[in-house]
Design a protein around this ligand. Sequence first.
Ligand code: DC
Length: 214
Amino acid sequence: MFVIAIDGPAASGKSSVSRLLARKLGCLDVNSGSFYRAATWAVLDAALPLTDESAISSFIAAMDIQCTLQEGHTVLLLNGRDPDAHLRDAAVNKNVSRISSYPDVRRVLTNLLRSLGQRDSLVMEGRDIGSVVFPETPYKFYIDASEEVRAARRYAQGETDSIARRDAQDSSRKAAPLIISEDAHVIDSSHLTLEGVVSEIIGRLKMKGLNVTL
Ligand code: DC
């Protein structure tokens, strides 16, 4: 079993990269941001005051979170409800960095994410996968792209999302901030195609001795 960790800032292209890489390797693809987005949606839906860290932490700790696998992807149910249609709502984009800065929220989701790595080989993308969730994996990547390219990608997706603000919050928080792990292989995707990034990763995985059968 293997875990491939892919971290990077918002709209760096890491979700598309992870999806394609997992498809090529025939393993599970886990978008950890969708876990933080789902938790944020549940908090908004419950109308909890967003600055009340202790109420939000207790709410998340008490929540029934079911994570099942379907066609190589994770499917979440929070207290029996499917958050999927709301994960990219403007209100979620706006508040997800705040909710994911709360250490007790992170503890719950980190445990859940780690449990997936015990069940299956996977590609997991996020902000702290190589640094905190799976620090022991030898397969760590950090995907970056220039701010202009990232803003253009979000704009093309038609979303209201201030990625610069989110990046500043995600990088400056105390609990598991976005950092480049010392042992991560950094790829600037600004001028690369999706296939280009994925083949660079596959080349690196082979070099590191992972038995890649495509
Ligand atoms: O990958 P994304 O942009 O969908 O992630 C949404 C937010 O979730 C991101 O702004 C910060 C948070 N997040 C996190 O704190 N840790 C992760 N491993 C993944 C996402």
